[in-house]
Design a protein around this ligand. Structure first.
Ligand SMILES: Cc1cc2nc3c(=O)[nH]c(=O)nc-3n(C[C@H](O)[C@H](O)[C@H](O)COP(=O)(O)OP(=O)(O)OC[C@H]3O[C@@H](n4cnc5c(N)ncnc54)[C@H](O)[C@@H]3O)c2cc1C
Length: 656
């Protein structure tokens, strides 16, 4: 991804001057995935890459070379090294997982560009690389991956990742079922930065590391790691030098900025998960059922904090959080199933599964902020999110809360209203205008809920009563520098990404609530007699069972499709339309199903002898919370039929 003007000369220099030594015995398998070497240790990245390189040298299959993708990248965007490195890593992961190499990796790379068109602009961020790696998850069969992104303390590419320990430096070791991609910054002798490049780690021996460079994937390159001290340790910076006797022209300097570690986490890799967090949906939903049964009739039944504490032992609060923070890194495809089961019990349980509103904190590199993620994973922390204000809800960019930059952090002022969880939460994520005040450039911060300057108010809500409902004002609330999530002005980006996932999970929970209501309705119309027979003989009471069951199933099929897209890292237009549509229609279908069931229960349905009245009120809340049905439908139109529909609705107001 180096700037184009220098790229060709740089590569030329690299090709001539980089060490092109012989492959070692370890890395010299006899063929591709089915080779004798791969059969001996197919899980080692070096062996997997060597087998792919052999196929590439034979007939240019197996791996994608960077220059094959370069013409697709915007001329000002540098090269396609990140995209080529990621698709080549996908191939290595396939071999490591015991699969045959993808027969057409170029097609997979093109599909990635279609799903994530921002890659075509070049100069990808760490976040984009991570997303791209998640996209390739779909090509790994049943194998699941966990991704760990570790940045150099001085890296300009750091977005939301932890930095390496400056005393120890980054771990460059490879291990079975665990591959690494290194990104290094290329600068010249004057210190001018030309861009960054990505290579795949093959192994290390004799003080050298061996890598596969997507610029020329058929051969190996060797580098000598050279650590330099910083303020906090002797291994703060890591440079990659050529081996002795192999000069590098132009005095080009390679400094590692990021280490991406991708581990295969399928059933065989379950040991990487925290103890007790078993890996199957069946196990987790069975434990969830047991907890619901145990708490039924107690004060703790709807209490999200009590749930989180009790269920941490089997991993429920950390299911969708990264492994390095105590979670299980479950993909969205598994999470929708757990949310649906939670909703079958009670829609309030939408708040007991997974990290919920702690997920935006993963945008931070701050150790204290990431420690809050750990608190949530172990069932201690619980996060509220405050966006809506007295005068702005659907129109999020119109919020009035402010953030002012001061030495050491930010000072926040504002009022929030109609926010859930404030009385239960340990921390709250607050959205404000960014420090520039430019409309739409919001910022997001996290703070302890009891921070000086915060006053909480509470309203009685009609549903979803397991959590509080109310508002908060904050006056001269001091937020330390590290508690800004992402960058100043990136708040809308954080909002869209987080709420796309969250809306999908909420819709899955609503579908579960609808399914449960239909089961109750079926029991009722079989057993209730009127006018000399079961009321189920009135076919108008059977019709909703047939209609809504199918509509709920259709919505769930779409929810699974959307989850697959999220797991591929596809947050594009089609995914947005799909998820906003599922949030709208999933909740509306569930409402109709619960309404039909309530009526079938007659007077009893209006009493607390059955829970259907509560579920109706819960769903009425969810049709507003996390984006109203109307706004979600507008979003489907905007994403599917073009922005002019949104503009024609919004513009007249702005032209006044
Ligand atoms: C149970 C519950 C929990 C909630 N939890 C939280 C929380 O934790 N944090 C938080 O910040 N907020 C929370 N909210 C607030 C919620 O996000 C907002 O109420 C919601 O986004 C709507 O905003 P509003 O109330 O300002 O309504 P408005 O935006 O004023 O909308 C009023 C009506 O106008 C319609 N409307 C507005 N704009 C459009 C449009 N462009 N196209 C079509 N129709 C439109 C809406 O659909 C609605 O019917 C919660 C709400 C509920 C009910």
């Amino acid at each position: 991804m180096l700037a184009r003007p220098i790229r060709s000369s740089l590569w030329a220099a690299a090709l001539v001057l980089s060490w092109q030594g012989p492959v070692t015995a370890q890395d010299k398998p006899g063929g591709a995935a089915g080779s004798p070497a791969a059969a001996r240790a197919p899980g080692l990245p070096g062996v997997a890459l060597a087998s792919l390189q052999e196929a590439y040298r034979r007939d240019e299959s197996g791996l994608v070379a960077q220059d094959e993708l370069d013409p697709l990248i915007h001329p000002d965007g540098g090269g396609a090294c990140a995209s080529a490195a990621c698709v080549d890593l996908m191939q290595a992961l396939r071999v490591m997982a015991g699969l045959a190499p993808h027969p057409n990796p170029h097609k997979a790379a093109l599909a990635a560009f279609k799903a994530q068109p921002d890659l075509l602009a070049g100069r990808v961020s760490n976040e984009q690389v991570e997303r791209l790696l998640r996209f390739y998850q779909a090509h790994l069969g049943h194998a699941r991956i966990g991704i760990d992104v570790l940045s150099a303390p001085n890296s300009g590419y750091r977005t939301h990742t932890p930095t390496w320990d400056e005393a120890a430096g980054p771990d460059l070791g490879v291990a079975p079922r665990r591959a690494k991609v290194l990104s290094y910054t290329v600068s010249d002798s004057t210190g001018k930065v030309h861009g960054r490049h990505f290579v795949l780690m093959k192994g290390q021996a004799d003080g050298k590391i061996e890598v596969v460079d997507p610029a020329k994937p058929g051969g190996d390159r060797q580098y000598v790691p050279d650590f330099k001290a910083g303020d906090k340790g002797t291994r703060s910076r890591l440079f990659l030098n050529n081996p002795a006797g192999i000069p590098r022209t132009g005095g080009l300097v390679y400094e590692v900025n990021t280490v991406f570690t991708v581990a295969l986490l399928d059933e065989k890799g379950a040991a990487e998960r925290p103890a007790g967090a078993a890996n199957s949906v069946e196990h987790i939903t069975r434990k969830l059922d047991e907890t619901a049964r145990a708490l039924k009739g107690t004060d703790e039944f709807l209490d999200p904090r009590a749930w989180r504490k009790k269920t941490a032992a089997f991993g429920l609060p950390g299911l969708d959080l990264p492994v390095e923070y105590g979670g299980s890194a479950w993909p969205a495809t598994k999470m929708v199933e757990v949310f649906k089961r939670a909703g079958e019990h009670n829609l309030n349980f939408r708040d007991v599964v997974g990290g919920a509103h702690v997920r935006p904190l993963l945008k931070s590199a701050d150790k204290e902020v990431l420690d809050i993620v750990r608190q949530v994973a172990r069932g201690d922390g619980y996060i509220a999110i405050a966006i809506t204000e007295p005068d702005a809800g659907s129109d999020i960019p119109a919020i009035k809360s402010t953030a002012k930059k001061v030495p050491g952090g930010y000072v926040l002022n504002g009022t929030k209203r109609f926010n859930a969880r404030l009385n239960q939460a340990t921390h709250v994520v607050i959205f404000t205008q960014g420090t520039t005040g430019e409309r739409g450039k919001l910022s997001a911060f996290v703070t302890p809920i009891d921070a000086p300057g915060i006053t909480i108010e509470r309203f009685k809500a009609h549903g979803l009563t397991g959590n509080s409902y109310g508002g908060m004002s904050f006056k001269d609330l001091m937020i330390p520098e590290g508690r800004l999530l992402g960058k100043d002005g990136q708040g809308m980006h954080i909002f869209f990404e987080h709420f796309l996932y969250w809306r999908l999970m909420q819709a899955a929970a609503a579908l579960g609530t609808g399914e449960n209501a239909l089961d109750q309705m079926a029991d009722r119309i079989k057993s209730r007699h009127a006018f000399g027979g079961p009321i189920g003989r009135f076919t108008h009471l059977q019709q909703p069972l047939g209609q809504y069951k199918t509509e709920l199933r259709m919505a769930y099929a779409l929810a699974r499709e959307a989850a697959e897209r999220i797991d591929r890292g596809d947050y594009g237009t089609e995914t947005r339309a799909l998820i906003c549509g599922i949030k709208a229609e999933g909740v509306e279908i569930a409402l109709r199903a619960v309404d039909a069931a309530t009526r079938a229960y007659g007077g009893e349905g209006y009493s607390d002898r059955v829970d259907l009245g509560d579920r109706l009120r819960d769903l009425n809340g969810l049709r507003i919370a996390d984006g109203t049905t109307d706004v979600m439908r507008m979003e489907v139109v905007r994403q599917t039929f073009g922005p002019e529909f949104w503009e024609m609705a919004i513009e007249p107001k702005e032209k006044k």
